[in-house]
Design a binder for this molecule. Structure first.
Ligand SMILES: Cc1ncc(COP(=O)(O)O)c(C=O)c1O
Length: 393
């Protein structure tokens, strides 16, 4: 009765999550240092402002007149966002989607046939496995080199290219390593893409959260044959529930034209984006700019707090993230699985072992975006437990 794929579609139960649920059932407060949904951490788009914007725009969509690419005003607003950052991506090359995860699915369907390959960074946030499964695409991991601040190992990446490779995914800022691709890395990546006729899928979901730089280096205008730039409101304005994202397409004229033509039909098949959200998008961009800057400043503060607590540890090392919400610790002489369990059992703090992200042993990953007091207590407790574990070895 079911497809072959259906037999692979079941969420796996995991020791850590079972333990977390048990602790909560026993009435303990568990601090989640994993979730990237920063609404839970007190980052909320101002309610009154959102209400005003939605109310003001409601009248624009009382009569349903969908546009498969997304409403022109919403596309123009995305184009203006890039223009404000020095990138010319015209509204005609922008497709509105319900978020980056769906944008990935569109791109995979557009670029790859059953069994074709797409190169993805490793380690990585485990987002693509099911998207690839659902779209019949084979993911080939390329390596991020921890000894070089998690930068892309370009030679190894190029060695992964086969006759079936169709695209490569760049995530910058990267989740969970926090690496921001440098202009040099992007130039090399674009060179590989051009020589092997590969599309680049550039995931910039954490673009607003740079911890040291002012501007994000982007491949969008670097001369690759075809680039899909993915972003949306979920992280940018801490509005994951609004479900507004986009794919901005740039590159060689003819390839962009063909891509937009196919994307139009994929999107038209579902017309999945709420009309009210599209109508509100230009004002969310405009009036939300200061809000996003405020979030970015608070997130930088969170990082400095976590960094100050962890600095100088002899039990673990870490590459300071350039952007995003996460940091990755490399443990010395402690098992990652045991460490994650101990921290949860003893301190009621949920962190991830590195294997969740296909990292080499032994690593821990956590999200440093938290309410200040919880962050301080949770990171202090984490360090104390790791110290104790190391002393007991
Ligand atoms: C790197 C990365 N890309 C994409 C997404 C999904 O973004 P969206 O909420 O727009 O679907 C996430 C979610 O955390 C992410 O970490």
């Amino acid at each position: 009765m079911f497809s072959k794929i259906a037999s692979q579609l079941h969420a796996e139960s995991n020791v850590l999550y079972r333990l977390r649920d048990e602790l909560r059932q026993q009435g303990h407060a568990v601090t989640d240092l994993i979730s990237g949904n920063i609404n839970e951490q007190g980052f909320l788009f101002p309610q009154d402002l959102l209400e005003e914007i939605l109310a003001r725009n409601l009248s624009k969509c009382r009569i349903y007149r969908p546009d498969s690419f997304g409403q022109p005003a919403a596309r123009e607003a995305v184009s203006a966002y890039y223009r404000g950052r020095g990138h010319d991506i015209p509204p005609e090359c922008i497709l509105i989607t319900p978020g980056s995860s769906i944008s990935y699915w569109y791109c995979f369907k557009l670029l790859a046939d059953e069994g074709d390959e797409i190169l993805c960074p490793c380690p990585s946030y485990p987002l693509f496995d099911y998207i690839a499964l659902l779209s019949g695409v084979k993911l080939i991991p390329y390596r991020l080199d921890e000894t070089k601040d998690w930068s892309i190992d370009i030679d190894q990446l190029e060695a992964c290219v086969s006759t079936r490779t169709r695209a490569l995914v760049l995530i910058s800022p990267h989740n969970p390593t926090g690496h921001v691709a440098t202009p040099e890395e992007i130039t090399k990546l674009v060179d590989v893409a051009r020589r092997h006729e590969l599309a680049i899928i550039s995931d910039e979901v954490f673009s607003e959260f740079l911890l040291r730089q002012d501007a994000l280096p982007r491949p969008g205008t670097c001369g690759a044959p075809l680039i899909f730039t993915l972003n949306g409101f979920s992280k940018m304005f801490a509005l994951p529930g609004i479900k507004f994202g986009w794919t901005a397409v740039s590159g060689d004229f003819e390839k962009v034209r063909r891509a937009m033509r196919a994307l139009e039909l994929i999107s038209d098949t579902f017309l999945p984006v709420s009309e009210i959200v599209q109508a509100a998008a230009p004002e969310i961009f405009q009036l939300g700019e200061e809000v996003a800057k405020g979030f970015a400043a608070r997130i930088r503060k969170c990082w400095h707090e976590a960094d100050a607590l962890m600095h100088g540890s002899r039990i673990f090392a870490y590459v300071k993230p350039d952007g995003g919400f996460y940091v990755t610790l490399r443990l010395q002489g402690i098992s990652e699985e045991r460490a994650a369990e101990m921290v949860l059992e003893r301190n009621h703090v949920l962190i991830h072992p590195g294997y969740f992200y296909d990292m080499e042993p032994d690593h821990l990953v956590f999200c440093f975006v938290q309410k200040p007091e919880l962050l301080h207590n949770a990171v202090s407790a984490l360090i104390a437990t790791l110290d104790e574990m190391a002393a007991g070895n």
